[in-house]
Design a protein around this ligand. Structure first.
Ligand SMILES: *Cc1c(COP(=O)(O)O)cnc(C)c1O
Length: 421
């Protein structure tokens, strides 16, 4: 452990919550160098929807490497990339009647967001972007400007400009969309007409706030009526996390652009894309460039994951069943410990429980860790305990994790009683 304290920058963060050294992982389990096992309810912050070292994905990758398949080739054509594009078309886009072109950006989520914002500004010839309270879009300057969280914003060291923030659904009991429409039509409201709106349909880091179908449909209509592009940041909520491949499917909307990263690579390998309506593709070659737009290993596992999990509706059925299982436990906890909990939050397996304060959430997460489970918090004050296990988790493993959670709630509740008496 000493080497990390001595040599690794203070910018490290997850390792502060889980002060052990991990060595191996399989499915929903992490293992430390001392052989202690932890259930993983963080899953790489949503980049391991198909679990650690998924056997089928690993096999595809091993075969590809064994055959000297290209690892890196800038953005040159490769058969691995062709296979990914074909799988995306066949299993995801065509069945959903979505017509998108695919831009491979640098392999991080924030780079996909940067690309989408750049393209929106270029297409519309306008600078302003509308983003929402509690939105999280990444930590490079452009994406950070659209991010609400002050902890992250303060790290910028430079003015974060070009964004107007509007209240998300449910924020401060304000009808954000009415406000947005009013500002659009008010010559003196002070908002420059935006090129695009950028949003998460379920806010991941912002505390699992859910936008309703009605709200999303209304927002899409406002965008259409005012010649504004709609960008859905599905980096965390996509790839099945909310129960469908794209988080916006139940609302029936068709965003102009969609950003994907985290679990799109399938195996935890870095990869990011922007999906864009063909008429928006006004990029000149290399205008948004990047050396690592060609992570062919990720293309191999990404294509395999789409084929394996998205060629029929079995996986979606499993995610729904898992969500019901988590919800049942959380409802019980909510009733049992009103002194700890406020409400259940999220949708699908993007689900969690809001605690009365960040300290309670922190204590629950720390107690879970002491009992063999990695779990994190989210929200403006880290007050939401977030159940982010791999979507491939079994019913038994999920029950085991929920058991650890319930044990932690009992412990934290009894500590509260002791403190009060
Ligand atoms: C994680 C995340 C990002 C940023 O992705 P990075 O790979 O960390 O740059 C952007 N948007 C959302 C919604 C995210 O959850």
């Amino acid at each position: 452990m000493d080497i990390f304290k001595k040599k690794e920058s203070n910018v490290r963060s997850y390792s502060n919550s889980f002060p052990v050294v991990f060595e191996k992982a399989k499915g929903s389990w992490l293992e430390t160098q001392n052989g202690e096992r932890y259930l993983d309810f963080l899953a790489g912050a949503g980049s391991l929807n198909y679990g650690h070292n998924n056997a089928a994905l690993k096999q595809a990758l091993l075969e590809y490497i064994e055959a000297d398949g290209i690892t890196h080739g800038l953005d040159m054509h490769s058969s691995a990339k062709a296979t990914f594009l074909e799988a995306l078309q066949q299993y995801i886009l065509a069945p959903r009647d979505l017509d998108y072109k695919v831009q491979f950006t640098g392999p991080t989520g924030t780079n996909a967001v940067e690309a989408a914002l750049k393209l929106a500004r270029k297409v519309k010839g306008r600078n302003n972007i509308v983003a929402f309270t509690n939105g999280f879009h990444g930590c490079t300057t452009g994406a950070l400007a659209a991010t609400g969280n002050q902890h992250h914003r303060q790290g910028a060291g430079t003015p974060l400009t070009g964004v107007t923030r509007i209240p998300y659904e449910g924020y401060a009991n304000v009808d954000g969309l009415s406000l947005f429409e009013t500002l659009l039509n008010d010559n003196s409201g002070g908002m420059d007409k935006p090129a695009a709106v950028l949003l998460e349909t379920v806010q991941g880091e912002g505390g699992l706030n859910v936008a309703s179908k009605e709200w999303l449909v209304r927002l899409e209509a406002i965008c259409k009526a005012n010649d504004i592009l709609m960008i859905v940041d599905d980096i965390q909520a996509g790839c099945g996390r909310t129960g469908t491949f794209f988080s916006f499917e139940p609302a029936g909307i068709k965003p102009d652009m969609v950003t994907l990263s985290k679990s799109i690579g399938g195996y935890g390998l870095p990869m990011a894309v922007v999906l864009l309506k063909p008429e928006l593709d006004t990029w000149k070659p290399g205008e948004h460039n990047g050396t690592f737009r060609g992570n062919n290993h990720a293309f191999v596992t990404a294509a395999k994951a789409l084929e394996l999990y998205w060629s029929n509706d079995q996986f979606e059925t499993h995610i729904t069943a898992c969500s019901d299982q988590v919800r049942a436990t959380l409802e019980r906890s909510l009733k049992r410990f009103p002194e700890l909990f406020v409400k259940i939050k999220g949708r699908g397996m993007m689900i969690g429980i809001e605690c009365n304060d960040g300290d309670i959430a922190e204590q629950i997460a720390r107690t879970c860790f002491a009992n063999g489970m990695v779990i994190e918090t989210a929200g403006p004050n880290d007050e939401v305990v977030k159940f982010f296990c791999p979507l491939t988790i079994s019913t038994e493993e999920l029950a085991q994790g929920l058991n650890i959670f319930e044990g932690a709630t009992e412990k934290v509740a009894s500590k509260l009683i002791k403190k009060a008496s």
